[in-house]
Design a protein around this ligand. Structure first.
Ligand SMILES: [Fe+2]
Length: 260
């Protein structure tokens, strides 16, 4: 039996005049997921679900995803509003049935752990001691089962100064928790709008590109630029006994894109 997780990020769903492009991007990404054979076990979207954190944007997101025929798990990003997200999706399967913005979902062969790195009033991220203690407990609960730990903000520098200036502020504390557990198969993140892989805390950190706009590979300077590079998502796949990560093109895909 194949185990796989589709990892999408940063759809930045909007409302009004600017709404069509990001909505089309997310819709195409989800349509591309549906063409995978076999279909992944679930979809995870690692934050910046909407652009301005407005209630009408979360309603537009719901309209877009509510008929999607697969389990989907949503996370906060710095562009999100925690209360707005929970008002629309709290307690639903999109949030693991939880009324909080961090939660875990048990699958028979893996665990999805969704963290909430939103820091009020800042584009940077933070988990905090309470959430890290919760993570420690959840990881210990099924020690033989691979855990996929998801959050929006990368916990390390990625070599892009503009984004490194707003990474996860307590990444070292997160690493301190993760190294105590041997079942962490992947740490999934977003925020950078580029595909990036790195070693982190004895596991692999995989950052997914955006389903909307990518960021320029700005290795110097602190000015953000968002560019029309190809959009994609990541597919984390248990191949035999090893987790591997594939990049799946969306905008330049040579495969059909399904509708739903
Ligand atoms: Fe973003």
């Amino acid at each position: 039996m194949t185990v796989s997780i589709a990892h999408l990020s940063d759809p930045h769903i909007s409302h009004g005049l600017l709404a069509p492009a990001p909505a089309a991007g997310l819709h195409a990404a989800l349509g591309r997921v549906l063409t995978l054979d076999p279909r992944p076990d679930c979809v995870v979207i690692t934050g910046d679900l909407v652009d301005q954190g407005r209630p009408e944007e979360y309603r537009a997101l719901r309209e877009l995803i509510e008929r999607f025929p697969m389990p989907m798990h949503l996370l906060t990003g710095n562009h999100d509003d925690r209360e707005g997200l929970l008002a629309e999706f709290g307690g639903s399967p999109f949030m693991g049935g939880s009324g909080a913005a961090y939660y875990s979902v048990d699958y028979s062969s893996f665990t999805v752990i969704a963290l909430d790195s939103k820091m009020q009033g800042s584009p940077a991220g933070q988990l905090g001691g309470q959430q890290l203690a919760w993570l420690d407990t959840v990881l210990a609960r099924r020690p033989q089962t691979p855990a996929i730990v998801c959050l929006h903000h990368p916990p390390i520098d990625v070599g892009i100064p503009f984004l490194d200036g707003m990474r996860l502020s307590d990444g070292e504390d997160l690493a301190g928790v993760l190294v105590r557990h041997s079942n962490v198969a992947r740490v999934l993140a977003g925020h950078v709008h580029r595909p990036i892989a790195a070693t982190f805390a004895g596991t692999t950190l995989a950052i997914a590109p955006s389903t909307h706009l990518q960021s320029r590979l700005a290795l110097e300077g602190t000015v953000p630029n968002y560019v029309s590079e190809p959009s994609a998502f990541l597919l984390h796949l248990l191949a035999g006994s090893v987790w591997v990560t594939h990049t799946v093109s969306i905008s330049h895909a040579a495969a059909p894109i399904a509708t739903f």
